[in-house]
Write a protein that binds this ligand. Structure first.
Ligand SMILES: Cc1ncc(COP(=O)(O)O)c(C=O)c1O
Length: 400
């Protein structure tokens, strides 16, 4: 396939086999679809290597070791980071809990952590664990009804006791986005660190650890059209000083120490397939940062009209309550809503029967939904990706 053909929306959709079923898949926030070359890369890996492990002493083992290095280097490119600062493991949640175990060995009574009110529990529960060692955890609530985070509210919570502020780049329930460089600068000026959850933002906006200026950034390849993996970037200045639980022979500060156990090599191969798809979407011969930037410009272009129609359509329906921002300012194409007279489960069941797959529940976004009085019963969530079409959105609106 030439780069030019992939930029055509229908050719692009052919890359994602589940779309051929003719359903409107609108639960991309829970997990994306994979392009053919990612699926083929996983199969090819298993056909060739089975579960052979990385072993420098024999040929297949050396090839697998090289695959691991390639996956780390490509993930670093995706984050605009250096490979030695990037960990890959089974999930972002697992990596966050391991980081929390390191913090528990550094902090105690008198230390404070601030958790934003927009968080998925993966960027909240690991820091709440620190209460067990005496750390105080405070919540930086979002302001209803738009559910935006305000710098003055954070300023009131920050002090010389603040060690960490955890904040998401985009809410997985409401779609609302956060100005990460501004938050990171504000926290740094107060002497604290920032932990950024880029999981929900990453399919829509290319993460950039250099521009963001944060201390820790996590994302999950499986939300970015890759297989089920999680990734964590650690600012190099901190890496050597974080005592995460690790195997005895792994040197302090070696990022592989936080990965715990044998990597899912076949999934690393699949993730490289996804990145190759993004390279082609970026119309480049080589996987470079510039290729990824260009792919994301294309993603933004494809998503824009679809997200606009989704939000304006939902906001304009009399029998629908849309939560969070009511237009496309400062948000991605993820929307939480409820239909009058129906539970979220009933709406989702009705829609899936009509071929429109949306999610119902709280999606682990406990604090934002509590602050909206919607926890635990939850909301209906619809979330687009760059392969979502206007027809998919029209089917949803008609189905409601
Ligand atoms: C915003 C956000 N953060 C974190 C996670 C957790 O990611 P993982 O499943 O890789 O632990 C999710 C998963 O839904 C998410 O949406």
């Amino acid at each position: 396939m030439t780069p030019a053909t992939l930029t055509l929306p229908h050719r692009l959709r052919e890359q994602f086999p589940p779309l051929a079923a003719g359903r409107a898949y609108l639960d991309n926030a829970a997990g994306g679809l994979l392009p053919l070359r990612a699926i083929e890369a996983i199969t090819a890996h298993l056909m060739r290597y089975g579960a052979t492990n990385a072993m420098p002493g024999h040929l297949p083992g050396a090839e697998i070791l090289a695959l691991k290095h390639r996956a780390r280097a490509a993930t670093a490119l995706f984050l605009n980071a250096q490979p030695e600062d990037v960990a890959l493991a089974q999930s972002a949640t697992a990596l966050a809990f391991r980081l929390s175990a390191a913090f528990a060995r550094l902090w105690g009574p008198g230390d404070e952590v601030i958790v934003s009110g927009l968080e998925h529990e993966a960027n909240a529960s690991p820091w709440r664990e620190l209460e067990r060692v005496g750390v105080t955890v405070k919540v930086w609530h979002a302001r209803p009804p738009e559910m935006r985070l305000h710098a003055d509210d954070l300023a009131e919570l920050l002090s010389d006791k603040t060690r960490l502020v955890s904040v998401t780049a985009a809410s997985n329930a409401l779609g609302v986005t956060v100005d990460i460089p501004a938050v990171a600068a504000q926290v740094r000026a107060a002497g604290g660190w920032t932990m950024i959850d880029a999981v929900h933002a990453a399919p829509h906006t290319l993460p950039d650890v250099q521009a963001w200026g944060a201390d820790f950034v996590m994302f999950s390849p499986y939300k970015v059209f890759g297989p089920h993996l999680g990734a964590l970037w650690i600012r190099p200045e901190h890496r050597a000083h974080l005592p995460w639980p690790k195997l005895s022979f792994v040197p302090d500060g070696d990022i592989t120490g936080i990965e715990h156990g044998t990597p899912q090599y076949e999934l690393l191969a699949g993730w490289l397939g996804t990145l190759d798809y993004l390279r082609e979407l970026g119309e480049s011969e080589e996987l470079t940062r510039a290729a990824l930037v260009s792919a994301y410009a294309r993603i933004a272009e494809l998503e824009k009209p679809v997200a606009e129609r989704l939000i304006s359509g939902l906001a304009g329906m009399e029998n629908v309550t849309l939560y969070g921002p009511q237009d496309m300012t400062g948000r991605v194409g993820t929307a939480a809503f409820r239909v009058d007279g129906e539970s979220a489960d009933q709406t989702a069941a009705r829609l899936t029967a009509a071929g429109v797959d949306v999610a119902a529940g709280h999606f682990y976004a406990v604090q934002p939904l509590k602050d909206l009085g919607l926890y635990p019963e939850g909301v209906v969530r619809v979330s687009i990706a760059h392969y979502t079409t206007l027809e998919d959105v029209e089917r949803l609106l008609a189905g409601i």
